[in-house]
Design a binder for this molecule. Structure first.
Ligand code: NAG
Ligand code: NAG
Length: 620
């Protein structure tokens, strides 16, 4: 940020520029594939390193070996994260020529008629289930981790089974999958045209492969984002409650009678032992419930209604009940780029799911008297009480309960949160979170332009720690995986490994000062950022820590410059732009200004006196 004060002094104009530049960028901009001297561990692998393999979409890390599998176009790569300089290994899994031709003949583009590997999940020890779009005919195969090969048929071809309902047909379609007790649960499109959507149990015994009802009340043009399997705590489950699978998505709201298509972020839940109903909801979920997520900044009444990513983390280790979901949002209504992060707790979601149901069929009758909720409560997971009442399986549930849940998948109340972070001019594409002992969360945010941002969050207060450009700006970050204090960050073409924890992460005094609350302190003697081992006190602020740094102009500090100019003069106010984004100016309302890139041209008049602030997004 770079504020400039203009005050009137007769015909003299005072200009008080306060230059506050992106200290994060002044060093980070030098990153580019070579190792930096202050942090030898950061590595960036550019497309040259992958022998022509592109379109990475899926990450799967084997934590014991440190091997990272990358699902790509017509290939699966294996990268040793401990030795990134070792060449990646590669399994080709492409589509035969005739099949590609017939895919193109059906009206799809050549580039889409490949096999984009979109799903990789561990099966039992040593095997990975991999699924690809396979020229709009999704297929799944089995990968042996030790030999790093796909299992073969007797005829030597790759052993495949249909991937319909497990993997999307289209390479860029939104989709999510999660393993729960060795069974795959997915949210994907289920036809060639991409017009049918299902949340389903996609593997396991045939009769238990159930899915959502094809009704717009259940799913309405959803864009699936994320899923999570939350088990009950084995030692603390007195009611014998069932394990649950959560799905996050954005869909078109059907509950508002509006002409415009309003998008809403949702969380949906199903229970693990649900096997569908006997007559009603046969082979369908009997426990599918969904609720609206609200990420709203109350003071500005700005709502962020499009969910783009979710990171699931427990706030207390070993306690599944402490699970929190960090959601990345953007807004449907804003033209400028904008992102927000909101966090929702599992217990808040559970409360809403236990609350009133939304009446979707508004007739004159039930408008006034909502349909009574039958017993046992519709959509409820099986537990000891239900079982003791004779409902030991969802097949035993009464018809009236099932019709009710079929017609009332949406909850009346929303799960609401205020944003932890709001940023304009940035589109975040991916999110991961580390929690510190001191109740501080560090958000690792990937941008649509190949950067990684780190933001520290205490309560509702966010501080930007640093912004690291990793990849060329046309490469969005599409994966972030935290492992052993490092972040593995991916784009469709590149891969990076950067330090994600510890004070040595902050190479300058100012960056170190911003990480003050994380217990970091700049050591002049060592010229390095060190862990103090003690928690900072209340007066121990970032401002205080910054004062100890030898701050020069051009750094993030309020340096005042006075400029005396006469009326009628035309000035160019400089704002040094170090980030890939443009800087914007705030200035007095009656002004004669024109922006040239990030500099501002001002014609001095009586009205143009006042404060001029150039904001480059990066100051805390
Ligand atoms: C795959 O990568 C190529 C080259 O970067 C790009 O043109 C194409 O759009 C990508 N396809 C998908 C489905 O992402
Ligand atoms: C958040 O910031 C406000 C205003 O600067 C401050 O009063 C409050 O104590 C901060 N809260 C935390 C948890 O740091």
């Amino acid at each position: 940020m770079s504020p400039i004060m203009m005050t009137s002094a007769g015909v003299i104009l005072m200009l008080t520029p306060v230059l506050c530049l992106l200290s994060g960028f002044s060093w980070a901009a030098t990153l580019g594939g070579q190792e930096r001297e202050y942090n030898l561990q950061d590595v960036i692998l550019d497309p040259k390193r992958f022998g022509g393999v592109t379109n990475f979409s899926t990450f799967l890390l084997d934590p014991s070996s440190g091997l990272l599998f990358l699902g790509a176009r017509d290939a699966i790569l294996s990268v040793d994260t401990n030795q990134l300089d070792k060449p990646a290994r590669n399994i080709m899994w492409d589509v035969p020529m005739e099949k590609r031709r017939s895919c193109v003949a059906k009206g799809k583009t050549e580039v889409d008629c490949h096999n984009y590997v979109r799903l990789m999940e561990f099966l039992e020890e040593g095997r990975v289930y991999v699924c690809g779009t396979y020229a709009f005919d999704p297929q799944c195969a089995f990968m042996d981790v030790t030999s790093f090969t796909l299992e073969k048929n007797e005829d030597g071809g790759v052993k495949m089974e249909t991937g319909k309902g497990k993997c999307p047909f289209e390479p860029s379609q939104h989709y999510t999958a999660v393993m729960a007790g060795g069974i795959l649960y997915t949210a994907a499109t289920s036809n060639f045209l991409g017009t049918l959507f299902d949340i389903s149990r996609a593997s396991g015994p045939e009769q238990e492969r159930i899915r959502t009802e094809r009704s717009i009340n259940w799913l309405s043009d959803p864009e699936f984002v994320s899923s999570a399997f939350i088990e009950q705590s084995p030692g603390n489950n007195p009611n014998g409650d069932d394990d649950k699978i959560y799905f996050f998505f954005t869909e078109v709201a059907k509950e508002y009678d509006l002409y415009t298509k309003v998008k809403v972020p949702r969380v949906a839940r199903v229970c693990k032992s649900d096997v569908g109903g006997m007559k009603t909801l046969q082979r369908r979920w009997t426990t599918f419930l969904k609720a609206q997520l609200v990420c709203e900044d109350k003071p500005s009444s700005q709502r962020y209604n499009i969910l783009t990513d979710v990171f699931t983390i427990r706030h207390t280790q070993g306690d599944p009940g402490s699970t929190h979901f960090y959601g990345l949002f953007t807004s449907q209504w804003e033209n400028e780029e904008m992102s927000a992060v909101c966090v929702f707790s599992l217990s808040d979601i559970s409360k809403v799911m236990d609350g009133p149901f939304k009446e979707l069929k508004k007739t004159c009758d039930n408008w006034i008297n909502p349909e009574p909720v039958p017993a046992p409560r519709p959509g409820q997971c099986l537990n000891h009480v239900l079982k003791s009442e004779g409902f030991e399986s969802s097949l035993k549930l009464p018809d009236k309960v099932l019709t009710f849940v079929r017609d009332h998948p949406l909850m009346e109340n929303s799960v609401s949160a205020a944003p932890l972070l709001v940023r304009k001019g940035v589109t975040y594409s991916k999110l991961a979170v580390t929690l510190m002992d001191s109740g501080i969360a560090v958000l690792h945010l990937g941008t649509g332009r190949g950067e990684l941002h780190q933001v520290e969050v205490v309560g509702q207060n966010a501080t930007i720690l640093q912004e690291i450009p990793l990849f060329p700006s046309q490469e969005p970050v599409n994966n972030i995986l935290l492992h052993k204090g490092e972040a593995l960050v991916g784009s469709p073409l590149s891969l990076a490994r950067v330090r994600a924890e510890g004070c040595s992460l902050y190479p300058t005094c100012e960056l170190c000062a911003r990480a003050r609350r994380l217990g970091c302190e700049w050591s002049r003697k060592e010229n390095a950022c060190r862990t103090t081992g003690t928690r900072p006190g209340p007066d121990d602020t970032i401002e205080q820590a910054l004062r100890t740094c030898d701050i020069k102009e051009g750094r993030c500090s309020p340096i005042t410059r006075e400029l005396q100019v006469s009326m009628g003069l035309r000035l160019l106010l400089p704002c040094v732009q170090l980030s890939p984004r443009s800087c914007s100016w705030e200035h007095p309302p009656h002004r004669y200004t024109k922006q040239h890139h990030s500099d501002l041209e001002v014609t001095v008049t009586e009205e143009s006196l006042g404060e001029y602030v150039c904001i480059c997004q990066v100051c805390y």
